[in-house]
Design a protein around this ligand. Structure first.
Ligand SMILES: [Mn+2]
Length: 312
């Protein structure tokens, strides 16, 4: 397979160097605070003013072909020249598909080339050590490619890279972006200082579990239920409305559930994106692309965010 960054056939040494550089980049950005005219960080929490253009990509799950098609569709080389054009990936880069390692390395290369406008959120598949589940096969894929040294590569470098990923993103007055869903907040005081709480998600296991594992469901007046997944919860519209009211945002954009490219819940306030096709023959692969002007029109009550999703 042709691949975008000539990642296929990378030596273990090259792969290790790339992953280490991007881990360092993430750590530096977390310490730095501001990284562009429109972007800020505070630990695990990433914050943007409305970008000139926004692309959001859902679960890729080792589908290098879908990733390549999406990058081609928004003409990444041109698009990423301006730091006000942002691309955000919602996590779950690995497992299920055949090219997890190539997907991880391609995304690292993209981040390395465009550190201030490419951002990678953490999915539940990138947090196996915290919340184990049965379909985790990435270390075996690396071992098959690099032998026993691959195991060390995973344990020493990939896991540290996963720990460096951002967990929560907010785009001012527009959207909250996470892999799984919104956590259930019992104490409203949380919102007095929510950015501070979200800057330390990785050290609050309960909060991290919900952000990486939760799913939206239509629950009527019930706020939440335990999830059939065995981890995380189902959150109802009351939880979505609370978060959106408290943060001044209008939408939640998340991945985590296979679907025909996208689906909406909670009166179209929650948009699910899915960007993997090869391991999921019954589903479709899609991404979201919006300009600043389009984002500013979200005040219109007839606004439909799913009209900006493009299937590939
Ligand atoms: Mn997931």
């Amino acid at each position: 397979m042709d691949d975008i960054f000539e990642i296929e056939g990378s030596s273990l040494d090259e792969s290790r160097k790339l992953v280490q550089s991007v881990t360092k980049l993430h750590d530096d950005q977390k310490l730095q605070g501001f990284f562009s005219n429109i972007g800020m960080t505070s630990g695990d929490y990433l914050h943007f003013q409305i970008p000139r253009n926004l692309v959001v990509v859902g679960d890729i799950h080792g589908d290098l072909n879908s990733l390549q098609k999406i990058l081609d569709e928004f003409e990444w080389e041109n698009y990423l020249q301006s730091e006000e054009n942002v691309v955000l990936f919602l996590g779950d880069y690995i497992d299920r598909g055949q090219y997890s390692l190539e997907v991880v390395l391609s995304l690292c290369k993209l981040k390395y080339l465009f550190p201030n406008n490419v951002f990678l959120l953490r999915g539940n598949h990138e947090a196996f050590d915290y919340f184990p589940f049965s379909s985790f096969s990435f270390p075996e894929e690396i071992k098959a490619k690099f032998g026993n040294e691959g195991e060390e590569f995973y344990l020493k470098h990939i896991r540290t890279f996963f720990d460096s990923l951002f967990v929560f993103c907010e785009i001012d007055s527009f959207a909250l972006l996470v892999h799984g869903g919104l956590p259930i907040v019992e104490d409203l005081k949380f919102f007095e200082n929510y950015k501070f709480h979200l800057s330390k998600i990785t050290v609050q296991k309960g909060l991290m579990e919900e952000i990486l594992w939760n799913d939206p469901r239509e629950l009527g007046k019930t706020r939440w239920l335990f999830s059939n997944r065995g981890l995380g919860k189902y959150f109802g519209k009351r939880v979505t409305d609370l978060w959106l009211n408290q943060t001044g945002c209008k939408f939640v954009i998340r991945g985590h559930e296979p679907c025909k490219g996208f689906k909406t819940d909670h009166e179209s306030k929650v948009l699910t994106l899915f960007s993997s096709k090869q391991p999921y023959p019954k589903f479709e692969s899609a991404f979201l692309k919006m300009s600043r002007d389009e984002i500013l029109k979200t005040t219109d009550y007839k606004f439909k965010i799913d009209s900006f999703v493009k299937r590939i």
